[in-house]
Design a protein around this ligand. Structure first.
Ligand code: GLN
Length: 237
């Protein structure tokens, strides 16, 4: 499935996270190392970041339905895109899902940027007119936004309970918080001196990368990093 990455920390360029590292998302678009489902991520890419010139709370997105590796315009501009908070993804579309920009992460509610790595049966999700597309990830994003990001862990546990085959790795940020779930696919954490990276897989061979255990929620903010186990929602609904 897809690969995604989130950053919260000092102001850095998008290219320093997405294009420059030896196993960057650009490389992961054609040669991921840890991907459990799908061979490559050629069905589009998206970068979202919070615009520090607008007070740091305005999400801006650049998405494409073409492979990241061939996008020379993005390669030219990415060094000039700078932010303290970034969410980026490369996509391997689930069979039957449309390959179009509106189905490509990150999705937004105007406040949060959100990427989904995985698959979910849309019939277990409440229908939301605000969904950006019929793609399962867009529908899932709308359901999560509607419930509120403070309930992300409960939402994932309940949806995972309703669809036991779902894979529900989420990456989301609002400019001051970065949150992610590991539910069925890989998730790694790197604590750098200048900030924190969460990513589907390491973008280099730094020994500092920590693997997040499955069925966990990771939250990053000015206070630091916290991990919470996500339990099945059975019995608490
Ligand atoms: N199901 C989503 C899609 O089709 C995400 C796929 C993925 O994680 N590769 O875009």
């Amino acid at each position: 499935m897809c690969r995604h990455l989130g950053w919260l920390g000092s102001v850095v360029s998008v290219s320093s996270l997405v294009l420059d590292p030896p196993q960057s998302l650009r490389v992961q678009s054609y040669a991921p190392r840890r991907q459990k489902h799908g061979l490559m991520n050629a069905d589009g890419w998206g970068v979202g970041f919070f615009d520090d010139r607008s007070g740091g709370a305005v999400p801006r997105r650049w998405r494409s339905a073409a492979p990241l590796w061939g996008d020379t315009s993005f390669e030219s501009v990415a060094p000039a895109l700078r932010s303290h908070c970034i969410v980026a993804a490369v996509r391997s579309a689930t069979v039957g899902m449309p390959i179009e920009i509106s189905s490509t992460a990150p999705f937004t509610d105007g406040e949060w940027l959100l990427s989904h790595n995985g698959v979910v049966d849309r019939s277990v999700l409440p229908q939301h007119p605000m969904a950006e597309s019929i793609c399962d990830s867009a529908q899932l994003a709308a359901a999560i936004f509607a419930r509120g990001m403070d309930a992300l862990g409960e939402s994932i546990a309940q949806i995972g309970d309703a669809d036991p085959l779902a894979r529900l790795n989420i990456m989301a940020a609002n400019g001051s918080r970065l949150v992610a779930t590991a539910w069925g696919d890989t998730l790694f954490l790197l604590r750098r001196n200048d900030g924190v990276v969460l990513a589907s897989e390491p973008y280099d061979d730094d020994p500092g990368w920590e693997e997040v255990p499955d069925r966990h929620l990771v939250e990053v903010d000015a206070e630091g990093v916290s991990l919470t186990a996500l339990n099945h929602a059975k019995g608490v609904r």
